[in-house]
Structure formats: structure tokens, C-alpha cells
Ligand binder design. Structure first.
Ligand SMILES: [Zn+2]
Ligand SMILES: [Zn+2]
Length: 60
């Protein structure tokens, strides 16, 4: 969903594709909702579900 990443919205979606979380507050360049997502992307882990544990991603 590229349109969600464009513009100057205060809410930023997590950069992990499978993650549905939204980053709250000042991002300070942060693009992941959690270390879980950051590591998953850095490690190139491909998955259909996000394991960050936040409610938006907790549904199976
Ligand atoms: Zn997530
Ligand atoms: Zn995330």
C-alpha cells in the first residue's frame, strides 16, 4: 500500500509488509513498530503473518 507511505501523515505504517501495525507518535526515522519487525526484515524472513504480537497482527 504505497499510498499509505506517501505524504506527511502523523501515523506511519510499519515498513514490514505483512505487518498491519501503525507507528504512534514521532517516528524519528523509525519505520518498524517493533524490534521483531526490524529483525524479520533485516534477516529477510518471509512470512505470511507478522509475529510482532501487537493486536492488529494477532489475528490468525
Ligand atoms: Zn505486526
Ligand atoms: Zn510491525
Amino acid at each position: 500500500m504505497i499510498d499509505e507511505l506517501a505524504g506527511n501523515q502523523e501515523l506511519t505504517a510499519c515498513s514490514r509488509e505483512v505487518c498491519r501495525c501503525t507507528l504512534m507518535g514521532p517516528s524519528r526515522g523509525e519505520v518498524y513498530c517493533s524490534e521483531t519487525c526490524r529483525k524479520a526484515d533485516e534477516d529477510g524472513i518471509e512470512s505470511e503473518t507478522c509475529a510482532c504480537g501487537h493486536p492488529p497482527c494477532d489475528e490468525r
